[in-house]
Design a protein around this ligand. Structure first.
Ligand SMILES: Cc1cc2nc3c(=O)[nH]c(=O)nc-3n(C[C@H](O)[C@H](O)[C@H](O)COP(=O)(O)O)c2cc1C
Length: 403
């Protein structure tokens, strides 16, 4: 582990290392949300406004952050969510993330838009791996991808359901960001100013594979292969357009097709969570998708208690968006999540230093989770309850100051 990565004290330090290594356009892609960044900031504010209610004198010397998830023991109440084409920030970045997750003994989710072939990630990454599915215009082609994930060995399928249309990431348009990255007069300076990314990532693909990273896991039907180049360039038109027709019948269909654990991602309404239960779904992500989609949506943390009240115990609840500290994880569990997910925390790590950077992110979060458990008087994750937190409305002084 490089000294700089080793010296990173927190996720913010890793973010800074990622910022220095990546082009501005790529860093903003990882770091920013859609439109006015309202949702991303709101998720952070929601977490910051939750206060922890510690208990004293509970002998915390034997505390244990392990959890059981879908019948498997994992070392932390934490997992890594899907973060798009992580192979653009580090050579075969998805495998690096999977390896770091396996080392920490937590689950990792491969994104539909990952660059590394899913079979390679599964084989070389190890550990518990799930596959995230976007459904494109061509539903049948998307289902071929799901079948491929099943054949590859993925233990769970995560259907992301909040994106019937493309998000409005104005920042990417302004930065001239394209996938695969194109070097225009506009982006050339940005690339030249970041030689560690140019030579350490982009050039490595050329040397090792003779091409730029592509979307290796998107099935393009034969009849559309002629236009494949256009499709894999992530044009917002054509094959890669999201599917506007999806409804709960599709979830039922997927439930029939996918024999392992099925989760849906980005649920924010308790009635949707209840419908997920009735469709036989095994878990949901209460998530704002990193603030990348609906800039004005309720935060995951504000949505979580009602969802937990509606379906807690009937399916597994994973919550994410904005998590940067171990104390955030404890807050999410107290609000009703069974597991908390991170996206950017480990993405910053992998962008800074590949597997070692992602491992450092997880080490930091683990130390913070263990420390927070100690100062909260918590010995077991299952002991965490809503009594361990106070929301702004519960607090006489800071609560009133919100009025
Ligand atoms: C750069 C980036 C790409 C992402 N790509 C996907 C994706 O392809 N599919 C998906 O369901 N969620 C995606 N997400 C959302 C994450 O899975 C997760 O919900 C989110 O990152 C959590 O918020 P956090 O980054 O603040 O931890 C992405 C997030 C980021 C930051």
């Amino acid at each position: 582990m490089s000294v700089l990565v080793k010296n990173a004290l927190n996720i913010a330090d890793l973010r800074e290392l990622a910022r220095k290594r990546l082009t501005k356009a790529l860093f903003d892609f990882c770091d920013k949300g859609s439109e006015d960044q309202i949702n991303m900031l709101a998720n952070r504010t929601a977490l910051d406004n939750i206060k922890l209610m510690p208990r004293m004198l509970r002998d915390v010397s034997g505390r244990d952050p392990c959890i059981a998830l879908f019948g498997k023991e994992h070392s932390l109440p934490l997992m890594i969510g899907p973060t798009g084409p992580a192979g653009f920030v580090w050579y075969r970045g998805e495998t690096e993330l999977a390896k770091a997750a396996a080392k920490a003994n937590i689950p990792f989710t491969v994104a539909s838009t990952s660059n590394t072939p899913m079979e390679d990630i599964y084989q070389n990454g190890g550990g518990t791996q799930w596959y995230q599915l976007y459904v494109w215009q061509d539903i049948e082609a998307s289902l071929v991808t799901a079948k491929r994930a099943l054949d590859a060995g993925y233990e769970a399928l995560v259907l992301t359901v909040d994106s019937p249309v493309y998000n409005n990431r104005e920042i990417d348009t302004r930065n001239g960001l394209k996938f695969p990255p194109t070097i225009s007069t506009r982006t050339a300076l940005d690339v030249m100013l970041h030689p560690r990314w140019l030579f350490g990532t982009l050039a490595k693909y050329y040397l090792a594979e003779g091409r730029l990273p592509a979307f290796s896991n998107i099935h393009i039907p034969d009849k559309q292969k002629a236009n494949a180049k256009k499709y894999v360039s992530a044009s917002t038109k054509g094959f890669l357009n999201r599917n506007e027709t999806l409804d709960w019948d599709f979830v039922k269909r997927l439930r029939d097709l996918w024999p392992k654990k099925l989760l849906i991602k980005c649920v924010l309404h308790p009635e949707d969570a209840a419908t997920a239960v009735s469709c036989g779904v095994d878990g949901i992500f209460v998530s704002n998708h990193a603030g990348n989609v609906n800039d004005c949506a309720i935060t995951a943390w504000d949505a979580l208690p009602a969802i937990s009240d509606a379906v807690g115990g009937k399916l597994t609840i994973i919550a994410d968006t904005g998590v940067r500290r171990g104390s955030d994880v404890i807050k999410g569990l107290a609000l009703g999540a069974d597991v908390v997910a991170v996206g950017r925390a480990t993405l910053y790590g992998v962008a800074a230093a590949g597997e070692t950077g992602a491992t450092r992110a997880l080490e930091i979060l683990e130390a913070e989770i263990r420390r927070t458990m100690a100062v909260m008087g918590i010995n077991q994750i299952l002991d965490i309850s809503r009594d361990h937190i106070r929301l702004p409305a519960d607090l006489p002084v800071s609560g009133n100051s919100q009025l």
